[in-house]
Design a protein around this ligand. Sequence first.
Ligand code: NAI
Ligand code: 15L
Length: 269
Amino acid sequence: MSKPFKRLLLTGAAGGLGKILRERIKPWADTVVLSDIGDMGEAQEGEEIIRCDLADKQAVLKLMEGVEAILHFGGISTENTFENILEANIRGTYNLYEAAHKHGVKRIVFASSNHAVGFYKQTDYIDADAPTRPDSFYGISKVFGEQLSRYYYDRTGIETVCIRIGSSFPEPANPRMLVTWLSYDDLVEALRCSLFAPRVGHTILFGTSNNPGSWWDNSKAAHMGFRPKDSSEQFNHMFPNSADYPPVGDPNSTWQGGKFIVDGPMYKD
Ligand code: NAI
Ligand code: 15L
């Protein structure tokens, strides 16, 4: 049976999520092009491996040959120096969109982050139209990617779904993540909806499982048809009482972005 795409590009393929997605996205393309600066091991059947630094414009242009759609997961995934974020996330995402435009790519899924809105409080309930409130240089780079993709949609028609991923790990590491957790199955479902919903234009989707007490309203992305199946409730036993929760005033129990608001170079000088 023929697959939906001939060549589907996954950036960040050597990363935590990239390693999970590598297997799971195979049914969607004859060839999954895996790219990263890190080690991706050997190419398996249906895979092609291309080492590429996203900050290298010419290399990204070459990477894009024949690509029909992109899952953009590559880049620095936590707070870092502005210079490093600038190269990998800001210049890297610009290079990716410019190359995608030149090669006629029609749709991109951008791994944005809850840290684009991390300076909202945990008592706030926001939707995709709420102004961004990044909590770090990292969060600012995700806002940049969201705005850049908006611009490329308006200017060139490339469709993008920006998934503001909460915390996608095997299980929550703290009580905050009971709210932000995104199971791997639900992540794959969000990607499936992002790639195959008939028309997505430019959409911002909050990427969480069906967790109780969510801070995020996905009604503006209803056209995506994303219905998460998992819930963090299964992990409630890991945090049995409030003594496990940081005291009131602690970033992890105050801000949506948790401790990112105090991480990073700005606070270490
Ligand atoms: P990760 O740090 O494990 O993977 C990121 C990958 O990007 C790494 O393999 C790294 O080598 C690669 N990379 C970094 N700089 C690069 C460059 N200049 N050129 C090419 N590749 C480069 O992160 P993880 O957890 O797999 O996240 C993947 C994406 O999802 C990231 O963009 C992250 O910001 C985003 N995300 C992840 C969340 C999570 O809960 N895991 C939450 C929110 C967003
Ligand atoms: C992110 O954006 C990071 O990539 C990930 O490592 C987690 O820290 C996650 O957010 C989170 O907020 O839990």
